[in-house]
Design a protein around this ligand. Sequence first.
Ligand code: NAI
Length: 461
Amino acid sequence: MTKICCLGAGYVGGPTCAVIAYKCPDVQVTIVDLNAERIAAWNSDELPIFEPGLDEVVKACRGRNLFFSADVDKGILEADLIFVSVNTPTKKSGVGAGFAADLAYVESATRRIARVATTPKIVIEKSTVPCRTAESMRAILEANSRQNIRFDILSNPEFLAEGTAIADLMNPDRVLIGSLQTPEGFAAQKALADVYAHWVPREKIITMGLWSSELSKLAANALLAQRISSVNALSAICEATGADVDEVAYACGLDSRIGPKFLKASVGFGGSCFQKDILNLVYLSESLHLPEVAEYWKQVVTMNEYQKSRFAELVIRRLFNTITNKHLAVFGFAFKKNTGDTRESPAITLVKHFLQEKAHIHIYDPKVEESQIELDLCNPDVATPEQYKSHVKVYNSPYEAAKDVDAIVVLTEWDEFKTLDYRKVFNSMNKPAFIFDGRLILDTQKLRKIGFQVEVIGRQA
Ligand code: NAI
């Protein structure tokens, strides 16, 4: 029986390896993490992350061929294939601060594998890493391992999107495996391809060199985020000219060379990956002495920040140029629908802007816990604990959140926001009642008929 261990039971390691266990009953999968609390949650009925379909997959194979454990060393010792799926956040200090990926977790995971392993291992980079990280991993493994232990390193970046992780894993557009172009590298590549081939058609399992594989992940995220920033840049032109960004995106998306996906204007992208990976690419370009290339990609992030502040300014302007002491309901705190993840959520930046104007904020999100919202907002970059206590309140119902407020600001595209009883909401609000749709999901005509003042991105009022 093939044995797989995954280091890192996060948004990627958890779902990815759970699906491998689900699809490969002949493979034993153990997911380990340094965070014992997170492991306990994976072993409970309340999984640590919300992802449609995840509960069913975990329930079907947990205890059969899927195990969650805090015993990292045992996981390493027993495995033939080891996924490294640890976090690679943007560095906060030191060389490359604000741009480069912090590889401390990848390095300490690699050192641990070297220290503990007593048999040959295939080590797989699942984390998103800068180009040529595999080379550093190999140097660490070879310098620190016991004698005669062979390590092969593969790059197998993950392309799942949060909110659709299980569907993406069950039916991926492609699985990418990078390896050294040597007989040993090809043999390792085949061992991993054989795992995926349990459910992924062979023609979708693509192989290439390590560096191309590592760079492809950064490139894919940069291109996706660039589409969002492009359509958001167009939304500003639409507002100034009277064009409608939804119509423009529709017309452009019908061109088969462009395609319809990822052309929805919004308050901006969030999530733990897009910004981090673009900044990583910017840093790489600068390190390679390519300042024009760095500047080109940086603009995707600049446009995203611009879109968020533009939206905050719109809210303030329409509310008669002041929101001081006014009450605003924020609908949605997660960075997108169908996830409880708030990392880099546009809502954090928007709430920061509103708090700076001394507005009172009522927050409702169907999947984000109050403790998470507090953690995100009581951050030196956002607000003080005192500001949070006096100006932020979290609600369990959108109707409660919207009571006695001057405006509703929709920041996450949760489906339930489309079907609320907006007459009831309107009746409970201060007048004039404003609604700002930062995701272009609401029926604006219907809302106007009820009496709302409606504002959306990418269209004149
Ligand atoms: P996460 O922060 O949710 O999970 C990482 C986990 O690794 C944490 O639970 C942490 O305790 C654990 N960990 C850190 N060092 C460890 C060690 N030495 N041994 C064992 N466990 C250790 O991060 P997430 O979102 O799962 O991301 C992981 C990687 O996957 C990142 O490089 C990210 O860029 C990449 N990625 C993320 C995607 C996403 O949608 N979140 C999509 C595709 C790739």
